[in-house]
Ligand binder design. Structure first.
Ligand code: XMP
Length: 511
């Protein structure tokens, strides 16, 4: 791969991945590396960006980086902590802010005719999120812009291609953030904007052909975007040597198994559908603990997948839909490990005993890039725009133990909800949606009859990566129509509620 690269040094900010994505939106390739584990070939990067951090540069434990190979030698942009770091340890002064500097602010220019601020409007909205402030600029610092509360909102260092900004250009609220990154990367650092979906497809196909040669590859399709795009890339690279397996665990959405299987076949994929509903249902019988349910499903999936893979002669590779956020090494603000909230399992996880080599065509790209890559290969928008769906499927949306009857009820409820989101033009505005079957019955009245039936919850969230999420303010008319339809159509349900919890403190799934 011969692209100009940007190195994004991560100091643990929640926005670091956003920086990388904004850079990629400019068609420039970027990589994230933790501040304490920088790549050895720093010279291969054409520009460096220092991220924000939950840490203060004034703390005894402040995160440090050796800038000797970077400062003055390569174009460098410090963002938030990065800007404070460049000030505090190079002759400037950083102190606690007297006012809390969170949220929107308007940028006012101090210096005109600066390449860095080219095309940015005076008064442009920027997003602030910091509790320290730069009181004095570092040696050679030249103030470029201020806001009402932040005097040194942007500066550069005389005689170097070093720039620093207190605000976050990567956040959508910073209206000219993308322009600013473009000014720095394309106009000042002169990077080539050649990281396009088309180039990625071409290079990946060539790389896959070289890596895999005439070997056989097996891949677990899930119906989701990542495994489908990974399969399509491999299909283009090695054709019939790719063997796809699509397992029905009996916990998919209504009619999903047959519809998606048909879609895959229409795409020309060499795919085998395996209906293993009985094996999954047997393994789940009597289990009501969420983690035990997840583990049982993960185990059976591997067994089924292994049985199928063994039937393909001479297979040497397992392809996975791993994407870039799965491989970025994270920086912990406290230095400690993060707690396991739920044991997620992804379809296609490698069972140790299979002894296959791994190939991961999407390892370098983000989810939004996966969609663009899929689109550039002509894949259907219907498939690429699908909401994420958890590997354990409806099992973690049925609270308590699983029975076929409960699955059937939830499939009907979910089908009404998702169908209506599509009908009302809301599906693409929601990041993920689904229904949850609650383990309570409640009293209702239908006609003159008392009922004592199930209650379902509807959940629709906005998110960028599932790490944080907020509930979607769906129109009352939509909720009213959907609730009516569910209660009238789905036998056994007499009550519908809407989940209005954000993540955190709740999670997206109920189990
Ligand atoms: P939570 O519930 O942790 O979910 O807020 C965040 C995102 O992850 C999905 N999810 C899973 N995906 N296996 C998966 O492949 C799992 O076990 C699993 N549990 C949750 C969830 O649907 C949401 O998109």
């Amino acid at each position: 791969m011969q692209h100009d690269k940007v190195l994004i040094v991560d100091f643990g900010s929640q926005y670091t991945q956003l920086i990388a994505r904004r850079v990629r939106e400019l068609n420039v390739y970027s990589e994230i590396h933790p501040f304490n584990k920088l790549p050895e070939d720093i010279d291969s990067y054409k520009a460096i960006i220092l991220s924000g951090s939950p840490m203060s540069v004034r703390s005894d434990n402040a995160f440090h980086i050796d800038l000797s190979l970077i400062r003055g030698k390569k174009p460098l942009l410090g963002v938030c902590y990065g800007a404070q770091y460049l000030a505090h340890f190079h002759g400037g002064v950083v102190a606690p802010s007297s006012t809390r500097e969170y949220g929107r602010a308007n940028l006012g220019f101090v210096k005109e005719d600066e390449d860095f601020l080219e095309g940015i409007n005076a008064g442009s909205l920027v997003w602030m999120s910091h509790s320290d402030t730069i009181k004095e600029l570092p040696t050679g610092g030249v103030r470029l812009a201020s806001t009402v509360d932040v005097e040194n909102a942007a500066y550069r260092i005389e005689g170097e291609q070093t720039y620093a900004i207190q605000f976050h250009p990567e956040v959508y609220h910073s209206t000219d953030g993308k322009q600013l990154l473009e000014n720095f990367l394309i106009h000042i650092a002169e990077l080539k904007a050649d990281w396009t979906p088309g180039a990625f497809v071409e290079e990946t196909i060539a790389a896959l052909q070289e890596k895999v040669g005439d070997d056989r590859v097996v891949l677990g399709l899930s119906g989701g975007v990542d495994s489908s795009v990974a399969a399509m890339l491999l299909h283009k690279a090695i054709g019939k040597n790719l063997f796809c397996i699509f397992v029905n665990n009996g916990l998919l959405r209504k009619d999903e198994y047959s519809q998606v299987l048909k879609q895959y076949e229409g795409m020309g994929l060499n795919v085998k559908g395996v209906d293993a509903t009985d094996r999954f249902m047997d393994a789940l019988a009597g289990l009501d603990d969420p983690e035990l349910k997840r583990k049982a499903i993960g185990r059976v999936f591997i067994e089924v997948f292994d049985d199928e893979a063994k039937q393909i002669k001479d297979v040497t590779w397992l392809a996975q839909g791993t994407i870039y956020p799965d491989v970025i090494e994270s920086v912990s603000a406290t230095g400690g490990p993060s707690a396991t909230i739920k044991s997620h399992h992804n379809v296609g996880g490698l069972p140790d005993f299979m002894k296959l080599k791994i190939v991961e065509p999407l390892r370098a790209i983000f989810k939004d890039e996966v969609r663009r890559v899929g689109a550039s290969m002509g894949m259907a928008q219907e498939l690429l725009g699908r909401h994420p769906f958890p590997g354990p499927g409806l099992a973690i949306r049925i609270l308590g133990d699983i029975t076929r009857e409960k699955v059937a009820i939830l499939q009907e409820v979910d089908a009404v909800f998702i169908g209506n989101l599509k009908k009302w033009g809301l599906y693409d505005k929601v990041w993920q949606a689904g229904a949850i079957l609650l383990p309570v019955n409640s009293v209702g009245v239908m006609g003159d009859e008392r009922t004592y039936e199930k209650c379902v919850a509807l959940r629709a969230v906005e998110s960028t990566d599932g790490m944080t999420a907020d509930w979607v303010n769906l129109p009352y008319e939509f909720l009213q129509a959907t609730s009516n339809e569910i209660i009238n159509k789905v036998k056994g349900v007499n009550r519908v509620v809407y989940d209005i919890s954000s993540k955190p403190p709740a999670t997206i799934e109920w189990e």
